[in-house]
Design a protein around this ligand. Structure first.
Ligand SMILES: N[C@@H](CCC(=O)N[C@@H](CS)C(=O)NCC(=O)O)C(=O)O
Ligand code: FES
Length: 124
């Protein structure tokens, strides 16, 4: 059990260092296995954000490791340029408020602003 932790932590550090946007999720972006993960992956896909998906269901060490890494108890978890941003509730709020657009702009991550506006319009 405890021997898994350093490996998972090293793997997480490496993944968030190598990929600008990483979503730790249940399932894959093509086939999410939970509504919360599906929602965040769906928003990112719709906004045209290029992101790496990590399926925590494929690795129990990662499933626990990512919670320890961020000190956040649930999946999904979104990281941008190595920083933890939030889970489903936070990403949903940030999408609707425009904060996610601002964060992606600040971090120089490409996305389709018109699609983000479309999400906001359909939730207005
Ligand atoms: N309110 C959470 C919803 C996510 C959530 O509750 N995830 C649960 C169920 S998928 C979870 O990760 N539980 C711990 C686990 O399954 O390892 C959010 O904003 O992300
Ligand atoms: S897997 Fe049941 S709520 Fe996410």
């Amino acid at each position: 059990m405890t021997t898994d932790t350093p490996t998972a932590e090293a793997q997480i550090k490496d993944t968030v260092a190598q990929n600008d946007v990483v979503l730790f999720m249940k399932g894959t972006k093509e086939m999410p296995q939970c509504g919360f993960s599906s929602r965040v992956a769906g928003v990112l896909n719709f906004m045209g954000v290029d992101f790496k998906d990590v399926n925590v269901l494929a690795d129990e060490g990662l499933r626990q490791g990512i919670k320890d890494y961020s000190d956040w108890p649930t999946i999904p978890q979104l990281y941008v340029k190595g920083e933890f941003v939030g889970g489903c509730d936070i990403i949903t709020e940030m999408t609707l408020s425009g904060e996610l657009d601002d964060l992606l702009d600040d971090k120089k991550i490409a996305f389709d602003k018109a699609k983000a506006d479309q999400i906001r319009q359909s939730n207005a």
